[in-house]
Design a protein around this ligand. Structure first.
Ligand SMILES: NC(=O)c1c(N)nc(OC2CCCC2)nc1O[C@@H]1CCC[C@@H]1O
Length: 326
C-alpha cells in the first residue's frame, strides 16, 4: 500500500475502531463481532508501525501505554473534588429538603443518582483530547493515574467536540470481574480483595498499566468540573451533555419534583440494588438547578445542594455471595 493510501486507511480505521469501541463499551450495543474488531485493530497496529508518522495519541491502539511507572506524580485539582454529607433515614432526607427550601424557596427539582461504590476520579480534556486523569486524593491534590484510566475502554480518548473541560466520575469494577479476579487470586494463593471498591482502587493504583488494563474497570461520569462553561443549566442537563460528548453515564438517574418522589426512588433501589452489575452504597440526591446550587453553596468539604442516602452496610451478603458462587 502506498503512503497516501496508508494515511487515509489509518484515519479510516481509527474512526471505525473508536466508533465500535463506543458502541460496545458505552452503549453496550456492539455492531460488529469481537473477531472483526480484533482484525481491524491488528491491521491498524501494523500500519502505525510501518508509518509511525500517522500514529496519534488518541488512536485506539494507544490504550495501554508502554512504561511501568516508578511512582504517580501529584495533580492539583482546579476546582476541589468535594465529598458528600450523609443521610441514613427518611427523617434525615426530610430535614435536607427543609434546609434547601428554607434557603432557595419552594420551586425545587431534585435529581437522584445511584451512588456508585468505587473511587472518584477527574478527567481533563484539552480541545477534545484526553490529557490527564487523577484520583480525588484529599479533594485538592490527587495522583496522576492517566495511563491507567486510558485502559478503561468506556473513556473516550477524544471527544466528538473539541471541548476543553474537566469531568468527574466514579471508577468501579463490575461484580462479575471482581468475582473472577478473586477466583484467580485464590488459585494463585494470593489474598483476595474484600469488595469491588477495594479491587478498583487497588487496580487503579497499579504502576503497570498492563495490570490495570487486565482488570476490566469501568467508569460512570456524573459531573462537569466547570458546568457553567458548557451552557448546562441543570445537573440533569449536564449529564445529558456528558452522554452527547461520548461519556458513559448511569441511565438509572431520575428527576424528582418532591421529597416524596425522592423517597420512592430510594425505596425502589433499596430493593433492586442486588440486581445491578455493580455495587452501589447509596443514592445521591442533588438540587437540579445549577443556579440554586450556586445559591446554596458548599461547606468546607461538601455541597449544601446534595446529600448521600447511605444503605446499611452489606458485608455479610458479599461473603454469602462468594461462598455460593465459589
Ligand atoms: N459515587 C457516585 O456515584 C457519586 C455521584 N453520582 N455524584 C456525586 O456528586 C457529588 C460530587 C461532588 C458534589 C456532588 N458524587 C458521587 O460520589 C462521591 C464523590 C466523592 C465521594 C463520593 O464517591
Amino acid at each position: 500500500m502506498d503512503r497516501s493510501n496508508a494515511e487515509s486507511r489509518v484515519k479510516e480505521l481509527q474512526e471505525l475502531l473508536s466508533r465500535y469501541n463506543y458502541e460496545y463499551h458505552v452503549l453496550d450495543k456492539p455492531s460488529v463481532p469481537d473477531v472483526e474488531y480484533d482484525k481491524l485493530l491488528h491491521e491498524l497496529k501494523q500500519l502505525e508501525e510501518e508509518y509511525p508518522e500517522f500514529l496519534t495519541p488518541d488512536s485506539p491502539t494507544q490504550r495501554i501505554g508502554g512504561s511501568v511507572l516508578e511512582q504517580f506524580s501529584k495533580v492539583n485539582h482546579k476546582t476541589p473534588m468535594l465529598s458528600l454529607g450523609n443521610a441514613f433515614n427518611e427523617q434525615d432526607l426530610r430535614d435536607f429538603d427543609k434546609r434547601v427550601r428554607k434557603a432557595v424557596g419552594d420551586k425545587i427539582s431534585y435529581i437522584c443518582e445511584l451512588k456508585i461504590d468505587g473511587l472518584a476520579v477527574s478527567l481533563r480534556y484539552e480541545k477534545g483530547l484526553f490529557v490527564q486523569g487523577a484520583t480525588r486524593g484529599d479533594g485538592s491534590v490527587g495522583e496522576d493515574i492517566t495511563a491507567n484510566l486510558k485502559t478503561i475502554r468506556s473513556i473516550p480518548l477524544r471527544l466528538n467536540k473539541p471541548f476543553s473541560l474537566e469531568v468527574r466520575g466514579e471508577a468501579f469494577m463490575p461484580r462479575s470481574s471482581f468475582l473472577q479476579l478473586n477466583k484467580e487470586k485464590e488459585e494463585r494463593e494470593e489474598l483476595p480483595f474484600a469488595n469491588p471498591r477495594n479491587a478498583a482502587a487497588g487496580s487503579l493504583r497499579q504502576l503497570d498499566p498492563r495490570i490495570a488494563s487486565s482488570r476490566n474497570l469501568d467508569l460512570f461520569l456524573y459531573g462537569i468540573g466547570e458546568l457553567g462553561e458548557t451552557g448546562a443549566e441543570t445537573q440533569s442537563g449536564g449529564l445529558d451533555l456528558l452522554s452527547e460528548l461520548g461519556f458513559k453515564t448511569n441511565k438509572e438517574r431520575r428527576k424528582c419534583e418532591s421529597i416524596e418522589e425522592v423517597l420512592q426512588y430510594v425505596e425502589e433501589w433499596t430493593e433492586k440494588r442486588a440486581e445491578l452489575e455493580y455495587d452501589i452504597d447509596g443514592i445521591v440526591i442533588k438540587v437540579d438547578s445549577l443556579s440554586q446550587q450556586e445559591e446554596l453553596g458548599t461547606t468546607v468539604k461538601s455541597p449544601r445542594w446534595a446529600i448521600a442516602f447511605k444503605f446499611p452496610a452489606e458485608e455479610v451478603v458479599t461473603v454469602i455471595r462468594d461462598i455460593e458462587l465459589s
